[in-house]
Design a protein around this ligand. Structure first.
Ligand code: B16
Ligand code: MG
Length: 214
């Protein structure tokens, strides 16, 4: 058991819900229209990073005319509209019983629980899947100026639940999120893609394995 931890901060996309497939479909549509090569490998680089940074990564393979900042923000806005049309289809069934039960057990054990997500759509997603009430606080892309791998979103989350960095553990699926946790002085718990990353402190096969440690 990790004795010094009193707050658990959860990444959203890739940990609690699997909106990564919708990000992929929305970016794929944009990339296809612009003739930019885009596949699952490039998509993996977008995990946890902000919308505008995601666009910059996709544009590394763009060979068309120069794009102004206005054109780039229009593209990002259009991607978001496509993405949100997928989010509209989400329901509480998009959260597994395993996720709900694990959060409930952790709360019963006395941990403070927060969401720490780069997404500006985090509030909307949490409402769609009826998960907002499982958390004491939500820190998201609307509250920060620097996205993961900067620790800002997690530092904000820890503040909201009244925990110091060293009392906080972050659960993440992205390397950028593991870096953010470690650089913020927090414990980094990896799941999914992030388990291959050597900065992770704990690696989970499945989310309910959190109960083995906390
Ligand atoms: P939005 P997370 C991240 O969510 C996604 O992993 C990343 O792919 C996305 O670009 C980012 O949110 C911003 O999302 O366009 O909705 O503001 O993993 O930090 O929960
Ligand atoms: Mg994620």
């Amino acid at each position: 058991m990790e004795k010094n931890i009193s707050g658990l901060i959860f990444d959203l996309d890739g940990v609690l819900v699997f909106t990564d497939k919708y990000h992929y479909l929305a970016w794929k549509q944009i990339a296809d229209e612009m003739g930019i090569p885009f596949d699952e490998t490039i998509n993996d680089k977008l995990r946890g990073v902000s919308r505008m940074q995601s666009l910059e990564i996709i544009l590394e393979n763009y060979s068309g005319e120069h794009l102004t900042d206005k054109q780039k923000s229009d593209i990002a806005e259009r991607k978001n509209a496509i993405y949100r049309s997928y989010l509209q289809t989400m329901t509480p069934d998009d959260v597994s019983e395993e996720v709900r039960n694990t959060l409930e057990m952790l709360k019963k054990k006395g941990y403070k629980l927060a969401v720490g997500s780069s997404s500006k759509n985090a509030g909307f997603i949490l409402e769609q899947v009826a998960l907002r009430d499982a958390f004491d606080a939500v820190s998201d892309g609307n509250m920060i100026t620097r996205s993961k791998p900067d620790p800002e979103v997690f530092i904000k989350a820890a503040q909201l639940i009244g925990c110091d960095a060293e009392q906080s553990a972050v659960v993440e699926d992205a390397e950028a999120g593991i870096d953010a946790a470690k650089d913020g002085g927090m414990m980094a718990v990896a799941i999914g893609n992030a388990t291959a990353y050597d900065r992770s402190d704990i690696r989970l096969d499945t989310i309910s394995d959190l109960l083995l440690y906390f």
